[in-house]
Design a protein around this ligand. Sequence first.
Ligand code: AMP
Ligand code: MG
Length: 319
Amino acid sequence: MSSPEISKAAKMLQQGEVVVIPTETVYGLAANIYDATAVRSIFELKGRPSNNPLIVHIKSFEVLSEVAKNIPDTALKLASHFWPGPLTLVLEKQDTILDVITAGGNTVAVRMPNHPIALNLLQETGFPLAAPSANPSNYISPTSAENVRKAFGERAPFILDGGPCQKGIESTVVGFKSDGVYLYRHGAITKEALEAALDGVEIKTITHESASPASPGMLLKHYSPRAKLIHTADVKQHLLNVQGKQVGVLSFNTHYTHPAIAHQLILSPSGNLEEAAQGLFNALYELDSKGLDIILAEVFPEEGLGLAINDRLGRAAAE
Ligand code: AMP
Ligand code: MG
């Protein structure tokens, strides 16, 4: 990536435009956190409900106190362990943080992305960036510039192309309450890794049903392809009931044989969950471009990154 392109993006952001940026998780649709009009245009472009707050991306630890205050020690410990990286901390917001970012709440979600282009851009703009995933609301998160173009078509803003995202799945979102540390969203950092970094402190999980108002954007339906997606532990059984349909299969490391299967993608033949997470959204884009009626997606092992993968596939399947 040439720095003239980063400078061009920085200039556009300074002028109140939105720009698509690469991060290690997924591509983001970014705007200046201090420009309410620019942030509002993120919501318009995505068709995102205004009650779903945005993550603020910062370039360094020094900037953390510019956006958040009364930061708990456990949060500082997690930040120093995982930043820059795919961990988002929900913290008490500074007064300067706009309501449009926090959905009117008094907390702000913050992370430091681990991507040289994103960090160079943040350095050049001088202000933090609010950035949700660069896809229309409820559609599949993009992990390449090409997928952003597929998702937005003609409406795609300027894209800084940083190649395929290294993690391929969104950040883990963690919140802090008087009674402990809570996992709001499974993501690229596992619960086990968080607990290990906190010397075994237990992290509680907030379910979708109980998420509101703690994490208002945790809508159940999300990440959905146009084809009907079925998330199942028994792909073989479903294959018996798909006569006359164009079927796609998305699996961890199993190869299925059946005449109804028009397309099949195996995310990690060697059974590696990191590799599977990295390729997950790209595989959904690919399957969704084949004009299928149904995508049968396996339930992944309920451990480590398998939890984040199953969370995304479960929501992709939600009606
Ligand atoms: P996305 O931008 O699509 O990656 O989604 C951001 C995630 O962070 C959503 O699940 C939001 O609910 C969550 N989030 C953002 N800000 C907050 C906040 N202030 N409190 C709780 N959760 C938040
Ligand atoms: Mg998103």
